[in-house]
Ligand binder design. Structure first.
Ligand SMILES: Cc1cc2nc3c(=O)[nH]c(=O)nc-3n(C[C@H](O)[C@H](O)[C@H](O)COP(=O)(O)OP(=O)(O)OC[C@H]3O[C@@H](n4cnc5c(N)ncnc54)[C@H](O)[C@@H]3O)c2cc1C
Length: 402
């Protein structure tokens, strides 16, 4: 049987797979991207790009597009739904650290789509939609890969296989790597509307985490829409959760007249906190959601996946260029990125969830509120907090690991 040969196969053309492919294509690596879908997914997921991610994406020339398409959001709020009080944080305070002292609010599919277009222009890169990675076997010198297409099964051989194939990663499953953690009992409902929510809730920032023991919310603006993320009642079925009745009730509580609000999307998500036991097995490597999952409070999932891609690129480039066989540097990728996934992304998102949903009666919410106020009022602690929330601290932690 004849096998097509290339240096790297990437499974998945989401934001993380397309970033990885572009990094490799730019240095002349022969790369094939397999995407099971007919196009890059256009679902409502990541919308926040943090400052260090924008700096990294400059290296592949895509940040100007995000700045143009997205909304600059230097300010975000932690809000208390019952009292209306909010604590404001302003990323402009980091203007001595970054040329991008703000979040960019832009739907993640603009990134994947633009990078997929860019990949088409490289002779050494090939992005194949409607191509599902089915299975693979690795040996000391490479990886044999089977791919399902509309017409049959294709056979490839690559030096390395990168699994950027998301939460249900078949790459991770074939490797038999455990995916420890937990799944939240409630699903999250994401509604989007063209209605200007700031007209109903004066003073709203473009990014708002609204705590409430009854029904917490995330209210996010992207250029053309407001997005509302709410937890749902686990006993209700999909139809009920996506119904007009449910939509009206949610917006009744938010704006006073839910029936008057039209929505563009109503999407349900199951949310997990999980980390793969290993991100590397010889010539097969996991990046992005295939390696780790977390709740969306803080906007860290896609950003940390992009950080994986840049870290891995640093380690893979010399191996590919010099044909070195040692995978010691890949083990360093595993140590650095897995460590900060636990110490930062998992810890911070779990903490954010506890704060946003905490009951007033327990006293925990008030303690956390007081702690946030203390951070806000102390110049040193506030700066540390901003560096942590914008993910600089996690990158510094990773770099310190050797
Ligand atoms: C409601 C919500 C809001 C979020 N908000 C944010 C945010 O603001 N900021 C942030 O950083 N993160 C956020 N996230 C997380 C973010 O969406 C994910 O972390 C991100 O999509 C991960 O990118 P990825 O490329 O690793 O995986 P995915 O985006 O899941 O892409 C994986 C791709 O692989 C393809 N694929 C799967 N199996 C195969 C196969 N066998 N063969 C070929 N292709 C395959 C899929 O079709 C898909 O296109 C949010 C998530 C949710 C649910």
């Amino acid at each position: 049987m004849k096998r097509e040969r290339c240096q790297v196969v990437i499974a998945g053309a989401g934001p993380v797979g397309t970033v990885m492919a572009t990094l490799l294509a730019q240095i002349g690596v022969d790369v094939v991207v397999l995407e099971a879908g007919a196009d890059c997914a256009q679902d409502l997921r990541a919308s926040t790009f943090h400052p260090p991610t924008l700096e990294m994406l400059d290296q592949i020339g895509i940040t100007p597009m995000l700045l143009k398409r997205g909304l600059k959001a230097p300010i975000y709020h932690w809000r208390d739904r019952q009292s209306g009080e909010f604590i404001e944080f302003d990323l402009s305070e980091l203007s001595d650290v970054t040329r991008y002292p703000f979040r960019i609010q832009c739907e993640q599919y603009h990134l994947s789509r633009a990078l997929a277009d860019g990949l088409e222009k490289f002779d050494n890169a090939d992005i194949r939609f409607g191509n599902r990675l089915l299975s693979f076997q690795q040996d000391d010198s490479g990886v044999d890969i089977e791919v399902e297409t509309a017409l049959g099964i294709d056979h490839l051989r690559a030096d390395y296989l990168i699994g950027a194939d998301g939460a249900n990663s078949i790459v991770r499953k074939w490797l038999g790597i455990e995916f420890d953690g937990f799944t939240y009992a409630e699903r999250f409902l994401c509604l989007s509307t063209e209605e200007d929510l700031a007209a109903h809730l004066p003073g709203l920032a473009p990014v708002n985490y609204v705590s409430d023991p009854e029904e917490w919310l995330v209210l996010l603006r992207v250029p053309s829409l407001w997005r509302v993320l709410v937890p749902t009642d686990g006993t209700l079925d999909d139809g009920e959760l996506r119904s007009d009745k449910m939509k009206n009730e949610i917006f009744d509580r938010l704006t006073g007249d839910g029936a008057a609000i039209e929505t563009r999307h109503r999407t349900l998500y199951r949310v997990h906190q999980r980390v793969a036991k290993s991100f590397v097995e010889n010539r097969v490597i996991l990046i992005g959601d295939s390696a780790h999952l977390n709740n969306p409070l803080g906007g860290f999932g896609m950003n940390s996946g992009v950080h994986d891609a840049f870290n891995l690129f640093e380690k893979l480039e010399p191996l590919l260029k010099l044909g070195k066989t040692t995978n010691g540097s890949l083990e360093l990728y595993d140590r650095q990125r897995r460590k900060v996934t636990h110490s930062f992304t998992q810890t911070q998102t779990i903490e954010n969830m506890k704060f946003i949903q905490s009951g007033h009666e327990s006293g925990a919410h008030e303690r956390k509120r007081q702690e946030m106020l203390a951070i806000k009022q102390d110049d040193v602690r506030r700066r540390e907090y901003l560096l942590r929330q914008s993910m600089y601290e996690s990158l510094a932690q990773a770099e310190a690991i050797n």
